[in-house]
Design a protein around this ligand. Structure first.
Ligand code: PBG
Length: 333
Protein backbone atom coordinates (compact mmCIF):
# COMPACT_ATOMS: atom_id res chain seq x y z
CA UNK A 1 0.00 0.00 0.00
CA UNK A 2 1.25 3.47 -0.85
CA UNK A 3 1.20 5.73 2.17
CA UNK A 4 0.67 9.43 1.62
CA UNK A 5 3.08 10.18 4.49
CA UNK A 6 5.71 7.44 4.42
CA UNK A 7 6.88 6.33 7.82
CA UNK A 8 4.20 7.33 10.23
CA UNK A 9 0.76 8.01 8.85
CA UNK A 10 -1.43 8.49 10.67
CA UNK A 11 0.58 8.87 13.83
CA UNK A 12 -2.60 9.00 15.88
CA UNK A 13 -5.56 6.81 15.13
CA UNK A 14 -8.55 7.99 17.16
CA UNK A 15 -10.67 5.21 15.70
CA UNK A 16 -8.54 2.79 17.73
CA UNK A 17 -10.48 3.69 20.90
CA UNK A 18 -13.86 3.17 19.22
CA UNK A 19 -13.45 -0.42 18.04
CA UNK A 20 -15.60 -2.41 20.46
CA UNK A 21 -18.30 -1.74 23.04
CA UNK A 22 -16.18 -2.46 26.14
CA UNK A 23 -13.61 0.04 24.96
CA UNK A 24 -16.16 2.70 24.13
CA UNK A 25 -17.63 2.22 27.58
CA UNK A 26 -14.19 2.49 29.14
CA UNK A 27 -13.32 5.81 27.48
CA UNK A 28 -16.77 7.44 27.70
CA UNK A 29 -16.41 10.97 29.10
CA UNK A 30 -19.98 11.32 30.29
CA UNK A 31 -22.84 9.10 31.27
CA UNK A 32 -26.55 9.46 31.86
CA UNK A 33 -28.01 7.85 34.94
CA UNK A 34 -31.37 7.69 36.66
CA UNK A 35 -29.80 9.83 39.39
CA UNK A 36 -29.71 12.73 36.91
CA UNK A 37 -33.46 12.88 36.36
CA UNK A 38 -36.08 15.24 37.72
CA UNK A 39 -39.66 14.55 36.71
CA UNK A 40 -41.99 17.55 36.22
CA UNK A 41 -45.60 16.64 36.94
CA UNK A 42 -48.81 18.61 36.33
CA UNK A 43 -51.37 18.31 39.07
CA UNK A 44 -55.04 19.26 38.83
CA UNK A 45 -58.11 19.31 41.07
CA UNK A 46 -60.48 16.39 41.42
CA UNK A 47 -60.10 12.67 41.91
CA UNK A 48 -59.20 9.87 39.53
CA UNK A 49 -58.68 12.47 36.85
CA UNK A 50 -56.22 12.26 33.99
CA UNK A 51 -56.55 15.15 31.53
CA UNK A 52 -54.47 14.69 28.40
CA UNK A 53 -52.54 17.66 27.01
CA UNK A 54 -52.93 17.94 23.24
CA UNK A 55 -49.50 19.38 22.59
CA UNK A 56 -47.79 16.88 24.91
CA UNK A 57 -48.86 13.33 24.02
CA UNK A 58 -48.53 10.89 26.94
CA UNK A 59 -48.23 13.70 29.47
CA UNK A 60 -51.35 14.39 31.50
CA UNK A 61 -52.67 16.67 34.18
CA UNK A 62 -53.21 14.32 37.10
CA UNK A 63 -55.42 14.66 40.13
CA UNK A 64 -53.53 14.26 43.41
CA UNK A 65 -54.47 10.58 43.87
CA UNK A 66 -53.22 9.58 40.41
CA UNK A 67 -50.19 11.85 40.75
CA UNK A 68 -49.26 10.00 43.95
CA UNK A 69 -49.31 6.67 42.12
CA UNK A 70 -47.04 8.06 39.42
CA UNK A 71 -44.68 9.61 41.93
CA UNK A 72 -44.46 6.30 43.76
CA UNK A 73 -43.56 4.69 40.45
CA UNK A 74 -40.91 7.34 39.78
CA UNK A 75 -39.42 6.70 43.21
CA UNK A 76 -39.42 2.97 42.62
CA UNK A 77 -37.50 3.57 39.41
CA UNK A 78 -34.94 5.58 41.39
CA UNK A 79 -35.79 9.08 40.17
CA UNK A 80 -34.45 11.42 42.89
CA UNK A 81 -36.84 14.36 42.58
CA UNK A 82 -40.10 15.62 41.16
CA UNK A 83 -41.17 19.17 40.28
CA UNK A 84 -44.85 19.83 40.89
CA UNK A 85 -46.78 22.28 38.70
CA UNK A 86 -50.37 23.17 39.57
CA UNK A 87 -53.16 23.62 37.02
CA UNK A 88 -55.12 26.29 38.81
CA UNK A 89 -58.88 26.57 38.42
CA UNK A 90 -59.41 29.67 36.21
CA UNK A 91 -61.98 30.90 38.76
CA UNK A 92 -59.19 31.26 41.30
CA UNK A 93 -56.99 33.38 39.03
CA UNK A 94 -56.86 37.06 39.85
CA UNK A 95 -54.75 40.03 38.74
CA UNK A 96 -52.75 39.80 42.00
CA UNK A 97 -52.44 36.00 41.93
CA UNK A 98 -53.33 35.85 45.62
CA UNK A 99 -54.07 32.10 45.39
CA UNK A 100 -50.27 31.68 45.27
CA UNK A 101 -50.08 32.41 48.99
CA UNK A 102 -53.04 30.29 50.03
CA UNK A 103 -51.64 27.47 52.20
CA UNK A 104 -54.51 25.28 50.97
CA UNK A 105 -53.86 25.85 47.28
CA UNK A 106 -53.46 22.93 44.90
CA UNK A 107 -49.68 22.80 44.89
CA UNK A 108 -49.51 22.88 48.68
CA UNK A 109 -52.07 20.09 48.92
CA UNK A 110 -50.11 18.06 46.37
CA UNK A 111 -46.84 18.56 48.24
CA UNK A 112 -48.41 17.59 51.57
CA UNK A 113 -49.86 14.48 49.94
CA UNK A 114 -46.46 13.41 48.59
CA UNK A 115 -44.76 14.11 51.91
CA UNK A 116 -47.37 12.13 53.77
CA UNK A 117 -46.21 9.03 51.87
CA UNK A 118 -42.73 9.41 53.39
CA UNK A 119 -41.05 8.60 50.09
CA UNK A 120 -37.36 9.11 49.49
CA UNK A 121 -37.92 11.81 46.91
CA UNK A 122 -37.15 15.51 46.68
CA UNK A 123 -40.08 17.81 46.00
CA UNK A 124 -39.39 20.92 43.98
CA UNK A 125 -41.85 23.80 43.61
CA UNK A 126 -41.73 26.75 41.25
CA UNK A 127 -41.97 30.19 42.73
CA UNK A 128 -43.65 32.53 40.24
CA UNK A 129 -47.16 33.93 39.98
CA UNK A 130 -48.12 32.77 36.48
CA UNK A 131 -50.24 29.77 37.57
CA UNK A 132 -52.34 32.18 39.63
CA UNK A 133 -52.59 35.47 37.72
CA UNK A 134 -55.48 36.17 35.36
CA UNK A 135 -53.04 37.92 32.99
CA UNK A 136 -50.60 35.01 32.99
CA UNK A 137 -47.55 37.07 33.93
CA UNK A 138 -45.10 35.77 36.52
CA UNK A 139 -45.47 38.91 38.62
CA UNK A 140 -47.76 41.75 39.61
CA UNK A 141 -48.54 44.28 36.90
CA UNK A 142 -49.45 47.98 37.01
CA UNK A 143 -52.27 49.71 35.06
CA UNK A 144 -50.31 49.66 31.80
CA UNK A 145 -49.20 46.06 32.18
CA UNK A 146 -45.63 46.62 33.34
CA UNK A 147 -44.45 43.73 35.49
CA UNK A 148 -43.42 45.20 38.83
CA UNK A 149 -40.20 43.85 40.30
CA UNK A 150 -40.05 44.73 43.99
CA UNK A 151 -43.74 44.37 44.86
CA UNK A 152 -43.70 40.97 43.13
CA UNK A 153 -40.78 39.82 45.28
CA UNK A 154 -42.79 40.40 48.45
CA UNK A 155 -45.47 38.02 47.19
CA UNK A 156 -42.87 35.50 46.00
CA UNK A 157 -41.39 35.37 49.50
CA UNK A 158 -44.81 34.55 50.95
CA UNK A 159 -45.42 32.00 48.19
CA UNK A 160 -42.10 30.31 48.98
CA UNK A 161 -43.03 30.18 52.67
CA UNK A 162 -46.41 28.50 52.19
CA UNK A 163 -44.80 25.93 49.90
CA UNK A 164 -42.02 25.18 52.37
CA UNK A 165 -44.52 24.91 55.17
CA UNK A 166 -46.42 22.36 53.06
CA UNK A 167 -43.21 20.30 52.93
CA UNK A 168 -41.47 21.41 49.74
CA UNK A 169 -37.73 20.59 49.85
CA UNK A 170 -36.48 22.79 47.03
CA UNK A 171 -37.79 26.21 46.14
CA UNK A 172 -37.23 26.99 42.48
CA UNK A 173 -37.88 30.65 41.64
CA UNK A 174 -38.73 30.74 37.93
CA UNK A 175 -39.98 34.31 37.75
CA UNK A 176 -36.74 36.14 36.82
CA UNK A 177 -37.38 39.18 39.04
CA UNK A 178 -34.15 40.91 40.04
CA UNK A 179 -33.08 40.24 43.60
CA UNK A 180 -35.63 37.57 44.41
CA UNK A 181 -33.12 34.91 45.40
CA UNK A 182 -31.64 37.06 48.17
CA UNK A 183 -35.07 38.13 49.38
CA UNK A 184 -36.46 34.59 49.44
CA UNK A 185 -33.32 33.28 51.19
CA UNK A 186 -33.74 35.90 53.90
CA UNK A 187 -37.45 35.22 54.26
CA UNK A 188 -36.85 31.48 54.58
CA UNK A 189 -34.02 31.92 57.07
CA UNK A 190 -36.05 34.35 59.16
CA UNK A 191 -38.84 31.77 59.36
CA UNK A 192 -36.45 29.05 60.50
CA UNK A 193 -36.08 27.32 57.13
CA UNK A 194 -32.36 27.71 56.66
CA UNK A 195 -32.07 24.14 55.37
CA UNK A 196 -34.51 24.65 52.51
CA UNK A 197 -32.71 24.56 49.18
CA UNK A 198 -32.90 27.21 46.49
CA UNK A 199 -32.68 26.09 42.89
CA UNK A 200 -32.70 29.25 40.86
CA UNK A 201 -33.99 29.38 37.31
CA UNK A 202 -31.02 31.69 36.87
CA UNK A 203 -30.78 31.79 33.11
CA UNK A 204 -34.33 31.49 31.92
CA UNK A 205 -34.92 32.68 28.40
CA UNK A 206 -38.02 34.30 26.88
CA UNK A 207 -38.63 31.23 24.76
CA UNK A 208 -41.30 29.96 22.42
CA UNK A 209 -40.38 26.46 23.62
CA UNK A 210 -42.68 26.93 26.65
CA UNK A 211 -45.84 26.89 24.50
CA UNK A 212 -47.12 23.42 25.43
CA UNK A 213 -46.46 24.04 29.16
CA UNK A 214 -48.58 27.17 29.03
CA UNK A 215 -51.34 25.15 27.39
CA UNK A 216 -50.98 22.52 30.11
CA UNK A 217 -51.32 24.92 33.03
CA UNK A 218 -53.60 27.36 31.22
CA UNK A 219 -51.27 30.32 31.71
CA UNK A 220 -51.33 31.44 28.07
CA UNK A 221 -55.07 31.88 28.24
CA UNK A 222 -54.94 35.43 29.48
CA UNK A 223 -51.34 36.19 28.48
CA UNK A 224 -51.75 39.23 26.27
CA UNK A 225 -48.10 40.13 26.08
CA UNK A 226 -44.86 38.19 26.23
CA UNK A 227 -42.35 37.85 29.07
CA UNK A 228 -39.47 39.62 27.36
CA UNK A 229 -39.11 42.32 29.99
CA UNK A 230 -37.93 39.79 32.55
CA UNK A 231 -36.98 36.50 30.87
CA UNK A 232 -33.69 36.64 28.97
CA UNK A 233 -33.08 37.45 25.33
CA UNK A 234 -32.13 34.25 23.45
CA UNK A 235 -29.32 36.25 21.85
CA UNK A 236 -27.40 36.52 25.11
CA UNK A 237 -25.01 34.11 26.79
CA UNK A 238 -22.61 36.42 28.66
CA UNK A 239 -25.62 37.98 30.36
CA UNK A 240 -26.55 34.48 31.57
CA UNK A 241 -23.26 34.33 33.43
CA UNK A 242 -24.09 37.62 35.16
CA UNK A 243 -27.50 36.25 36.15
CA UNK A 244 -25.90 33.13 37.59
CA UNK A 245 -23.22 35.12 39.43
CA UNK A 246 -25.87 37.30 41.06
CA UNK A 247 -28.08 34.40 42.07
CA UNK A 248 -25.13 32.56 43.60
CA UNK A 249 -24.09 35.69 45.48
CA UNK A 250 -27.66 35.99 46.77
CA UNK A 251 -27.65 32.44 48.07
CA UNK A 252 -28.77 30.04 45.32
CA UNK A 253 -27.60 26.49 46.08
CA UNK A 254 -28.13 25.26 42.54
CA UNK A 255 -28.78 27.00 39.26
CA UNK A 256 -30.77 26.14 36.18
CA UNK A 257 -30.63 26.96 32.50
CA UNK A 258 -33.85 26.80 30.53
CA UNK A 259 -34.75 25.75 27.85
CA UNK A 260 -32.28 22.90 27.49
CA UNK A 261 -31.08 21.54 24.20
CA UNK A 262 -31.04 24.82 22.24
CA UNK A 263 -29.11 26.39 25.14
CA UNK A 264 -26.45 23.77 25.89
CA UNK A 265 -23.74 26.34 25.15
CA UNK A 266 -25.10 28.30 28.12
CA UNK A 267 -25.16 25.17 30.31
CA UNK A 268 -21.56 24.52 29.38
CA UNK A 269 -20.40 28.06 30.10
CA UNK A 270 -22.24 28.18 33.41
CA UNK A 271 -20.74 24.89 34.55
CA UNK A 272 -17.23 25.83 33.44
CA UNK A 273 -17.40 29.32 34.92
CA UNK A 274 -18.87 28.47 38.32
CA UNK A 275 -18.59 24.73 38.87
CA UNK A 276 -21.76 24.70 40.95
CA UNK A 277 -24.64 22.20 40.71
CA UNK A 278 -26.10 23.09 37.34
CA UNK A 279 -29.43 21.87 36.05
CA UNK A 280 -31.10 22.14 32.69
CA UNK A 281 -34.74 21.89 31.74
CA UNK A 282 -35.73 19.95 28.66
CA UNK A 283 -38.89 22.00 28.33
CA UNK A 284 -42.34 21.26 26.98
CA UNK A 285 -41.59 22.37 23.41
CA UNK A 286 -38.55 20.11 23.30
CA UNK A 287 -40.70 17.27 24.58
CA UNK A 288 -43.31 17.97 21.91
CA UNK A 289 -40.75 18.03 19.10
CA UNK A 290 -39.22 14.72 20.10
CA UNK A 291 -42.50 13.01 20.93
CA UNK A 292 -44.37 14.03 17.78
CA UNK A 293 -41.43 13.19 15.53
CA UNK A 294 -41.02 9.81 17.23
CA UNK A 295 -44.75 9.08 17.07
CA UNK A 296 -44.63 9.72 13.32
CA UNK A 297 -41.66 7.33 13.10
CA UNK A 298 -39.63 10.15 11.58
CA UNK A 299 -36.93 9.49 14.18
CA UNK A 300 -36.01 6.66 16.49
CA UNK A 301 -37.53 8.07 19.67
CA UNK A 302 -35.64 5.96 22.20
CA UNK A 303 -32.24 6.51 20.66
CA UNK A 304 -32.73 10.23 20.17
CA UNK A 305 -34.06 10.62 23.68
CA UNK A 306 -31.01 8.98 25.23
CA UNK A 307 -28.68 10.88 22.89
CA UNK A 308 -30.29 14.22 23.67
CA UNK A 309 -30.06 13.67 27.43
CA UNK A 310 -26.46 12.49 27.16
CA UNK A 311 -25.75 15.76 25.35
CA UNK A 312 -27.01 17.63 28.44
CA UNK A 313 -24.54 15.63 30.54
CA UNK A 314 -21.67 16.27 28.14
CA UNK A 315 -22.45 20.01 28.31
CA UNK A 316 -22.04 19.83 32.09
CA UNK A 317 -25.55 19.45 33.47
CA UNK A 318 -25.69 17.67 36.82
CA UNK A 319 -29.35 16.97 36.41
CA UNK A 320 -32.11 17.33 33.85
CA UNK A 321 -35.77 18.14 34.26
CA UNK A 322 -37.53 16.11 31.61
CA UNK A 323 -41.09 14.98 30.94
CA UNK A 324 -39.48 11.78 29.66
CA UNK A 325 -38.01 10.99 33.11
CA UNK A 326 -40.10 7.88 33.79
CA UNK A 327 -39.63 6.57 30.25
CA UNK A 328 -35.88 7.19 30.37
CA UNK A 329 -35.53 5.60 33.81
CA UNK A 330 -37.14 2.45 32.38
CA UNK A 331 -34.71 2.47 29.47
CA UNK A 332 -31.75 2.93 31.81
CA UNK A 333 -32.77 0.21 34.23
C1 PBG B 1 -43.45 29.37 35.06
C2 PBG B 1 -42.76 28.30 34.29
C3 PBG B 1 -42.77 28.08 32.90
C4 PBG B 1 -42.09 26.88 32.70
C5 PBG B 1 -41.64 26.43 33.94
N1 PBG B 1 -42.06 27.33 34.92
C6 PBG B 1 -43.44 28.82 31.81
C7 PBG B 1 -43.17 30.24 31.55
O1 PBG B 1 -42.23 30.83 32.07
O2 PBG B 1 -43.99 30.81 30.82
C8 PBG B 1 -41.91 26.23 31.36
C9 PBG B 1 -41.63 24.76 31.39
C10 PBG B 1 -41.82 24.07 30.11
O3 PBG B 1 -42.06 24.69 29.04
O4 PBG B 1 -41.74 22.84 30.13
N2 PBG B 1 -42.79 30.54 35.26
Amino acid sequence: MVRPFPGRFPGTRLRRIRQVPWLRRLVAESALSIDDLIWPVFVCDGADRRDPIDSMPDVARLSIDLMLEQVAQAVELGIPAVAVFPVTDPQLKTPDGVEAINPENLVCRAVRAIKRERLDVGVICDVALDPYTSHGQDGLVDEVGTVLNDPTIEVLCRQALVQVEAGCDVIAPSDMMDGRIGAIRQALDAAGHSDTLLLSYAAKYASAFYGPFREAVGSSFGLCSDKKTYQMDPANAREALREVALDLAEGADMVMVKPGMPYLDVVSQVKQSFGVPTFAYQVSGEYAMLRFAADQAAIDGEKILLESLLAFKRAGADGILTYFAIEVARLLQ
